[in-house]
Design a binder for this molecule. Structure first.
Ligand code: BG6
Ligand code: MG
Length: 214
């Protein structure tokens, strides 16, 4: 087997919190009178909260100060956290749970590589608070995806070189980050269409075949 570790993005890969990010940004954009749809939302996948806000505000005619932007980013996070509070172990799909267990049983080390500062809270809510061998998230990095920092940190925590780890992503920014860090990358959803991915996944469970084939 080529891979010794797998580094998973969280939002849109392990669970569907990408949908809650969209709802929270949409609520903020509506308040500000800024057009925002799912295609706009795709540009926010993988990038940090403040960078996401700057992308949302590109369609605004108003110039906002840094302190106004900080307030808006906090407001989006308040809305998002309210949505996250509804989550529980039922929001971890059977497919993801059994696939993770299968990969672990093959001897692979499993890590999270997420730009989100809410990652520990989400993992706790879905019952995976202590599941992963390492968690590298938005709280421990200076540069968000497409910078490879979050994945390099995860690999380092696992004690593995990038070429021994597979990154699983749903975002173009995440695929770019993985490749820049020297990782192979499996793409789900929008990322499955990205030419830079090594593997195109139709479903999360396809990971079992990839690790089988190695
Ligand atoms: C990424 C999401 O996982 O985390 C982005 O794909 C989000 O959409 C980023 O902006 C930061 O998340 P948070 O929870 O710290 O605002
Ligand atoms: Mg994602």
């Amino acid at each position: 087997m080529q891979y010794k570790g797998i580094i998973f993005d969280l939002d849109g890969v392990i669970c569907s919190t990408d949908q809650y990010h969209f709802e929270a940004w949409k609520a903020l954009a509506d308040e500000l009178g800024i057009p925002f749809d799912t295609r706009d939302n795709d540009h926010l996948r993988g990038v940090s909260r403040m960078e996401s806000l700057n992308i949302v505000l590109e369609k605004s005619k108003t110039q906002y100060s840094q302190s106004e932007k900080e307030y808006m980013a906090e407001e989006k996070n308040r809305i998002y956290r309210r949505l996250l509070c509804q989550m529980g172990p039922q929001d971890l799909s059977e497919e993801v749970r059994t696939t993770l267990d299968t990969l672990r049983a093959k001897g692979l080390k499993l890590a999270i590589g997420s730009s989100s500062k809410n990652a520990p809270f989400i993992l706790e809510r879905i019952g995976l608070g202590t599941y992963f061998d390492a968690i590298s998230d938005g709280n421990g990095i200076t540069h968000s995806k497409p910078d490879p920092e979050v994945f390099l940190k995860a690999a380092n925590m696992l004690g593995l070189r990038p070429e021994l780890c597979l990154v699983v992503e749903d975002a173009h920014a995440g695929v770019e980050a993985a490749r820049a860090g020297g990782f192979n990358c499996a793409g789900l959803g929008a990322a499955a269409e990205d030419a830079r991915t090594t593997w195109k996944l139709k479903t999360f469970a396809d990971l079992r075949d990839i690790c089988e084939a190695e």
